[in-house]
Design a protein around this ligand. Sequence first.
Ligand code: PLP
Length: 482
Amino acid sequence: MVVQPRPGGRAIYATLKEQILAGAYGSQGLLPSSRALALELGVSRTTVTAAYEQLAAEGFVAIRQGARPQVAGLAPSPAAPATAAPPPGPRLSAYAARLPGGPVRWQPSPARLIADFRYGDLAASDFPTLLWKRAVDAAIARRPDRLSYGDPQGAPDLRAALQAYLWRARGLRCENSQIVVVNGSQQGLDLCARLLLDPGDRVVLENPGYAMARHIFSSVGAEAIPVPVDAEGLRTEELEKVSARLAYVTPSHQFPLGGVLPVARRRALLDWARRQGAFVIEDDYDSEFRYDIAPIPPLHALAEEGDAAAPVIYLGTVSKTLSPTLRLGYLVLPPALTESFVVAKQLTDRHTAALEQAALASLLESGAYERHIRRLRRRNAERRALLIEALRRHFGNAIRIEGDAAGLHLLAWLDSLPAGAAEPLRAAALKRQIGIHPVAPLYAPGAPRPATLGLMMGYGALEPKRIERAVLALKAAVDELG
Ligand SMILES: Cc1ncc(COP(=O)(O)O)c(C=O)c1O
């Protein structure tokens, strides 16, 4: 039994422990007898005995009847060198060594901004709170008596609802058994990287492109092959020179430049993949939002036309339609890949949170999800129109807008400013409580970058009535730089 020293005894215990750890009694030295120490400190012998018993219970000393307590074989602490070198970092894996440094870490949005053009955020007021609450309540009410782990592939209800939705909304035909529910696109990409790539394997990435994908692929030791992008997306003619195991693309709305990959390039990409025996990851992250263009069927649908085992992995998410905080996404896999993905998903985290899966399934089944998307599309169309109009009015020819036909962001090029003006402009904008985000970090390291300043302007979280003020403040910041 662990004996708790009484007050007084605790101080004696703490001092003795500190002295033992500091090596004051050596690695096997003898401590004073309880009688001697009690006399020396002017406390009762019981107090000292309780302290010794606590130290013995924790393994610092050994106590034998009639003998002085003895330090219990602690390794002697090495004498500290006069100028102590910093301790070496912990020994981590090769994977850890490949992880990107600081800038990738999550950063909070500075508080009290008039507007932050950070891409990826949504307005909290756009979340269908009531619908979601009802769906979660209904899922709780349906809960069985026993709380068991769920299917790692994803709840069967949700997979069935997703299958029907993908066919209705995207013209994508698949079996439920090809769908794996994941914690957002990011987990889908992580599974692809770990299951399809070995260190040294080559992966084609759009340049500029989604940095979170680039980091995932580099973290498994793959070699990123940046392939340039133009106003129509990936320049597939460049693929002829490239061999790779995997290509990651955003054909419906190239991230970040916004091009829509034309059908000829889609065919070229699929032909390339088939010749290489490579897979193509189609990240369909924001195709629910398109404004002046007709719906574009996914690459997956085109590939399916000619081949049931098409080499396309389709990746979807609710991060743009509901909330990036839900961490809900889905993969549609070629049948031959499903088993490995499901096992890897199970080993990673058992399965995606069941209540959220059930809530999403019921929104999909009732049609509420698509009604919500239609509402959201109208709101984002309004934000987009206000933003474009304000940019044109205040900047005139000094701004070039690109990639605005779909999604929740556009690119604004300030061709009179060099790319190097990004930091001063960020500071000048922040002074006016505006958050801006240059596009330069989305270019692959070492690849050519544009000479002029481009801004990624996300508008999914903007309050429409603040857009005018925000653009005016941005104009003032640009003017300050001359
Ligand atoms: C290209 C791209 N893919 C996917 C996502 C969504 O990622 P997730 O589903 O992990 O939230 C984003 C979000 O910004 C994105 O820009």
